[in-house]
Each structure stands twice: as C-alpha cells, then as structure tokens.
Design a protein around this ligand. Structure first.
Ligand code: TEU
Length: 537
C-alpha cells in the first residue's frame, strides 16, 4: 500500500445493528457482516467504516460506550471481530473502527467510579461543576435536547454532556484521560484494524465555562499528540467527524504533513436545506447554486493543501435519493445515479453508506415505530411546545436519523433477508422492489452504476488528481464541472431536476468519450430528467 492509498479508495460505512443478522435475534451482528464481505468485494470497495460494536447499553445505538475493550454480545464476540478483520483483509478490505472518545456511556466503569465521590481517582475523567444554588452553571443545551448539565447527588455537582445525559463528556484536559484513551486506540491497532473514524472529535477540547464546544483552544494539540502516540504508520487511515470544520481548519486536519488526520467529514453541504441559524428540523428547499458554491469552495481550497471526504449519506442523515433526488418509481434510479455521478467526479475519498448503492429511500412511519433518541426527544419537545403533530412529523420524515437505520434490504423475502425474526426497527416496506439481490442481477441498476463509477476512479488518475473548475455557476438546474490534469480532462454534467433543460450555450460540450451515463448515451444540446454523464477527452 502506498502512503496515500486512501486517495484512490472508496469506503463503505456499515451500521452493524441494521446490516445483517446471522443469529435471528433481530439485531445485525459481526458474523452477518462477514457473510456479506463478498458482496462488498463485488461492489469494489477498499475499506469498511464500522460503526461502534463495543459494549453499550444502546441508548444511542452504540455511541454510548460502556467498555472500549470488548464487543457487545448483541454483535458477537472479540473473536468474531478478529475474524472480521482477517476475512476482510483476505479480500483486500481494511476495517476502520469508529472511536467515540468525546464521551462514554454513563454505565462505563470510569463514570460509575467518577460519580461516587470528588476524590475518586476517576472523578476528573469527566467535566464537573458546582453550579449556582442548585442550578446548572450555564444554559448550554445538549444536542439531543434539554440541558447539557445533569445533577449528581453523591458529589453535589453537575456533569457536562454535549449529547444525552447517558453520555457524559470526557475531560481531555486531564492527561490521565488522554493516556487511557490512547491505550484503547493501541489495543485496536494491535488487533490489525486499518484506521479509525473519530466521532465528534472537534468537540474534545471543549471549554464549557466559555460555552465553547467545537474547535476548543487545545484541539489540534490533542489531535497531534494522539497521532504521535497511537497512529502506527503513514498508511493508517484516519477520518475525523468535524461538524464545525471550515476549509482553513480542514487544511490543518488533513495537511499533507500527516500530523493530524488523513481527512475529515465536514458538513457544510449537509446544512443547506435547513433554515440558517435554526435546527435541522426547520426545513427549507435546497438551492442548487448554494450546493455548487459549497462544493466548489471545498474542492478549490483543499486542492494540494488537504483532502476532502465525499459523502451524501451516513447513519445520522436522511437518504439522499429522498432528500435531494426523487424517490418516485419513475425517477428513483435515474436520480440516485445522478447524485452518485456528481459526487464521484470530485476530488476526495467517497464514502458509501449501506443501502445507498441500492438507492434505498427514507421512510414515513408512525412515531411509535421510530427508535432514535434524537427523533423521539424532538417529537416530545416540539409537541410539548405547541407544534402541530403534522408539522413535527413532516420534519421527522425529512430528517430523522432512522431514515438511514432501517434494515439493509438484501432480498424480497421476509424482513428483506436482514433477519429471520422481527428486526429491532421496521423494514422499509419497499424492500420487495428495492433490494441487493435484484440490484446485483440488473445490469442497469444503481448498484452496477456505483460499481462502474468506482472502477472508473481507479482507472483514470484525473478523478484523483485533476484540478476542479465549476461551469455555469449561476444555473439553478445544471451542476457541471471539469477536472483536469496534464494528460486527462473530464467533464461531469448533471441535471438536478425532472424538467428537460437545454444546454444552449451554457456549456461548451466536447466530443470526448462518454465514460458513464445514466441514460446510456447523451444528446447534443439538452439534458433529460436527472440526466448525468462523465465525458473524457
Ligand atoms: O454525531 C454527531 C452529531 O452531532 C450528530 O448527532 C448530529 O448533530 C445529529 O445527528 C444531526 O442529526 C455523532 C454520531 O455520528 C452520532 O450517531 C452520535 O449520536 C453522536 O455523535 C454522539 O456520539
């Protein structure tokens, strides 16, 4: 592997709870993942980002870790994890473990000790404040609703949690915390993992007294120390989740010096369909020129100075074909392929979230069928503050994290082939039409389109190295750009809507060779509904 192998790689994200259940308990598990490695090899991916499988009470589906050193019995055993690493390696696929180092579960032994007394050796593993006359020290809110402070009677203090009260924040200012976490990382490096995804890593240097959560003053110091003390070599792939990243910060995180991460997940494009300054539930339509501006900025700013991740989906986000595509029967496949085309022509490392390669869609369930702590909290909070149920459900249909967490749709048999018994969350009823068995066997499927895009990125260096140039920046229907090296040039052209659009003078199209097209060909002078193609010349 060369040092920056991940610049030509495609990474597949698995949410283990919903991927494949091998033992009929309704939960996905590690043996289930092993049984699907050949499917992933067929797709052509190079690495798997595995969401947390550590011991956890599952209040935030594993992002509340009770024991970093063992696998939760729901997912299997440490031996199963070692088998997965080995079986993946046999297929030239490496495993990236999801590391949640900003907080633990309140059932982690560190916290169970810490909350006992002020002089407990683990007390300062967490963030405590006396507060004032029984009130929290300030009005900071948790991401999942409510105060970010919770009272602990035994020590007469509040503890800080950026997320739910069952997820107390770790105190990274305490060198003993950092050392303990570095031991965790080294344990998994020794198990042979190929990298880490770091959960909300830009929040570890928080300063609650100044209401600072992301991008705290010691953040890069901590990241560089962690890199220095635990990352084994330069081929080790690390990606940080950094909601607060700007291009300037991303240049630090993903600098070619390699003293922080390989890359980060930034979310500026993801925030474009919410009312600025409001919450993700406060919806506004996507404006294509905003999307083009944001992608152009990141492509230009990180060219030769850093490295982009490229994604539409993850386990926290609604499914892109329902969000910015068109999940109707008529346009689902075309628009899913269009969205993949515009993303895979960019410079960066693409991430496929499980089911994205099938064109899986959002759901519309009764509130009783939702499981996500964030969704259930916002439902209660907004109903309580007087929102109509219709308005709240409209936001939940659009943005609930459960849109991404319904079971992977393997075939048209019971429970979509995910499990032999009732899954932990309802299967999307469209599994009969949308499933991997039908997609793999259909040459014109979304699956085989992704497979071809992945192979093109490996075949032509221009996808990895080409300089980006946005075309027709002010057009609200067409997203087009070129990528250019000294020897190759591609043009990527996409119609983001269902109306046919004329190219009339907007785009100087070249003869070139059509590398891929979601219609199989391309017409001179116009683009059909959701048409997408890549030309090489
Ligand atoms: O998410 C960070 C985070 O802030 C998201 O929860 C985001 O704010 C929200 O999902 C928007 O809908 C990471 C993990 O990806 C997420 O699954 C965890 O719940 C969270 O951290 C806490 O660990």
């Amino acid at each position: 592997m060369n040092r920056e192998w991940w610049k030509k790689a495609v990474i597949y994200q698995i949410y283990p709870k919903s991927f494949k259940d091998s033992n009929g308990d309704g939960f996905g598990d590690l043996k289930g993942i092993i049984s699907k490695l050949d499917y992933l090899k067929l797709l052509g991916i190079d690495a798997i980002w595995l969401c947390p499988v550590y011991v956890s009470p599952q209040k935030d589906n594993g992002y509340d870790i009770a024991d970093y050193y063992d696998v939760d019995p729901r997912y299997g055993t440490l031996t199963d994890m070692e088998d997965l690493i080995l079986e993946a390696k046999k297929r030239d696929i490496c495993i990236l473990m999801d590391m949640v180092l900003n907080h633990t579960s309140d059932e982690n032994k560190w916290f169970l000790e810490a909350k006992k007394s002020i002089d407990n050796p683990y007390h300062d593993f967490y963030v405590w404040r006396k507060g004032k006359k029984g009130c929290p020290p300030n009005d900071m809110k948790g991401t999942f609703g409510g105060s970010a402070w919770t009272w602990n009677e035994a020590t007469g203090e509040f503890y800080f949690h950026q997320f739910a009260d069952c997820q107390p924040d770790l105190n990274w200012d305490n060198p003993k915390v950092r050392e303990a976490l570095y031991e965790v990382l080294k344990f998994w490096v020794d198990k042979g993992v190929g990298g880490f995804r770091f959960d909300v890593i830009d929040q570890i240097a928080k300063v609650p007294d100044e209401k600072i959560t992301a991008n705290g003053p010691r953040l890069h110091e901590f990241i560089r120390e962690m890199n220095e003390k635990t990352f084994p070599d330069t081929v080790f792939l690390t990606v940080g989740e950094t909601w607060g990243a700007t291009p300037e910060l991303a240049k630090k995180y993903s600098s070619p010096k390699g003293d922080e991460f390989s890359m980060v997940f930034q979310f500026e494009h993801i925030l474009l369909d919410q009312i600025p300054g409001k919450e993700k539930w406060d919806l506004k339509p996507l404006k294509l020129t905003d999307l083009k501006r944001v992608f152009a900025k990141w492509q230009t700013e990180l060219y030769a100075t850093g490295w982009n991740s490229l994604f539409w989906n993850n386990h926290d986000l609604p499914r892109i074909v329902s969000r910015w595509g068109n999940d109707s029967k008529e346009y689902r496949t075309l628009s899913a392929k269009m969205l993949a085309t515009i993303l895979y022509g960019l410079q960066g490392t693409p991430y496929i979230y499980q089911g994205e390669e099938l064109g899986m869609t959002n759901i519309k369930y009764d509130i009783a069928d939702y499981k996500d702590i964030e969704t259930l909290n916002i439902y209660d909070e907004r109903i309580h503050t007087g929102y109509s149920k219709e308005d709240v459900m409209k936001s939940i249909y659009a943005k609930s994290r459960d849109n991404a967490r319904t079971p992977m749709q393997w075939n048209s048999s019971l429970n979509a082939g995910f499990s032999s018994c009732k899954p932990w969350i309802k299967v999307n009823p469209n599994y009969v039409e949308i499933n991997s068995e039908s997609e793999v066997s259909n040459p014109d499927s979304v699956f085989n389109y992704y497979k071809k895009l992945i192979s093109l990125r490996k075949k032509y260096d221009v996808f990895c190295d080409g300089k980006f140039k946005l075309l027709c920046p002010d057009d609200e229907k067409i997203f087009a750009y070129t990528r250019e090296t000294e020897s190759e040039k591609i043009m990527v052209v996409c119609n983001f809507g269902e109306d046919e659009v004329s190219l009339g003078g907007k785009l100087k199209t070249h003869d070139g060779k059509i590398l891929i097209s979601n219609y199989g060909d391309c017409l001179e002078g116009k683009l059909r509904a959701y048409e997408a193609y890549v030309k090489l010349w």
